[in-house]
Design a protein around this ligand. Structure first.
Ligand SMILES: [Zn+2]
Length: 146
């Protein structure tokens, strides 16, 4: 999983530059290390969540906010967001379980699929099979084993 670091005061400006960075990321899973965010302002959280929502409506992304500082955990929980182990996943619906998209377990890219069948990951080239219900298994084409 690719990871970016968020640092400094979480205000509207930081939130916007963070969203900008995320928007440049190719579709897939992106981790955001939030351990360096301090202090955390309410306007920053709102701007960040709004920005994420907007991005996710345009792009197949799953964001994993990890190492959340305590103050941010409290603020997110006040907003009824499901924080577990100082981490928050946004855009989970696009990951495994979605019949139209599966996550490549080799490189974390998100693959658009149409039902059951064999697919090649556009990012790393690995071949995988999906049953069309979100379950994925990998296989190596026999030709490559020569
Ligand atoms: Zn891949």
């Amino acid at each position: 999983m690719q990871r970016i670091e968020a640092k400094g005061i979480l205000d509207r400006v930081t939130a916007r530059s963070l969203i900008q960075k995320v928007s440049e990321h190719p579709p897939g899973v992106l981790g955001i290390d939030c351990s360096g965010l301090y202090p955390v302002l309410s306007e920053g959280i709102d701007a960040l969540l709004e920005g994420c929502e907007q991005l996710l409506s345009e792009k197949s992304l799953r964001l994993e906010l990890v190492s959340l500082p305590h103050s941010l955990v409290t603020q997110l929980m006040l907003r009824d967001l499901p924080v577990h182990n100082r981490a928050l996943t946004i855009g989970e619906g696009l990951a495994v379980g979605d019949t139209d998209a599966v996550v490549c377990q080799n490189c974390s890219a998100l693959l658009r699929v149409q039902g059951r069948g064999y697919y090649g990951c556009p990012e790393c080239g690995i071949h995988l099979y999906t049953d069309g219900r979100g379950h994925v298994s990998f296989y190596e084409p026999l030709a490559r084993l020569k």
